[in-house]
Design a protein around this ligand. Structure first.
Ligand code: HEC
Length: 163
């Protein structure tokens, strides 16, 4: 009787401990492939406030005639892959955002920001400043990065580079 109980106690301890261990293990090592929206929003805000804010401003309104708005931008809604590519590889040439023309140069996001940072900042922009949009995954960004800049890929159909 007593021995049975002890054995049972030890066994359940082991099982429970194993569960806790494996869960915490998954949490720490495997967090990135399936990052939650909350996690992406937090990271995205950090990247935005550190980098994008310089041009697009704290409230995403941009600067008239110079930096286009992200807030309620119709351009932003059009082409998800295009948006990712523009961050990865830069964007220049005339574009129209909410009926206003811009013809500036957005440099590509600096190398220190990885695929996850870019996915996160776009997720943040998609879901801030009055916008509502999807969560962008790190994998999506990695795939487009691997494909390289769009100009060689003739039929990408999104943004034609002028010149
Ligand atoms: C150095 C200034 C600068 C920085 C920093 C910058 N952008 Fe831009 N961004 C621009 C300019 C200029 C354009 C318009 C380019 C053109 O006219 O073709 C633009 C265009 C865009 C567009 C498409 C137009 C629109 O308003 O919807 C998006 C989306 C965008 N930027 C997001 C971002 C995000 C996100 C970041 C941070 C990761 C960022 N930008 C950082 C200058 C900047």
């Amino acid at each position: 009787m007593k021995a049975n109980r002890i054995v049972y106690g030890i066994a359940s301890c082991l099982i429970f401990g194993g569960l806790v261990f494996s869960m915490s293990h998954v949490d720490t090592l495997n967090a990135s492939p399936m990052a939650s929206k909350t996690e992406m929003m937090t990271l995205g805000k950090k990247v935005y406030d550190e980098y994008c804010v310089t041009c697009h401003q704290k409230n995403g309104e941009g600067t008239p005639g110079v930096y286009p708005p992200l807030a309620k931008s119709d351009f932003l809604k059009k082409d998800r892959k295009g948006n990712i590519r523009n961050l990865l590889f830069g964007l220049e040439g005339e574009i129209t955002v909410n009926g206003k023309k811009f013809n500036g140069v957005m440099p590509k996001v600096p190398e220190k920001y990885g695929d996850k940072d870019i996915a996160a900042v776009l997720t943040y922009v998609y879901n801030s400043f009055g916008n509502r949009g999807p969560v962008v995954s790190e994998k999506e960004v990695a795939t487009l990065r691997a494909e390289g800049p769009p100009k060689a890929a003739s039929s990408s159909g999104s943004k034609r580079k002028k010149k």
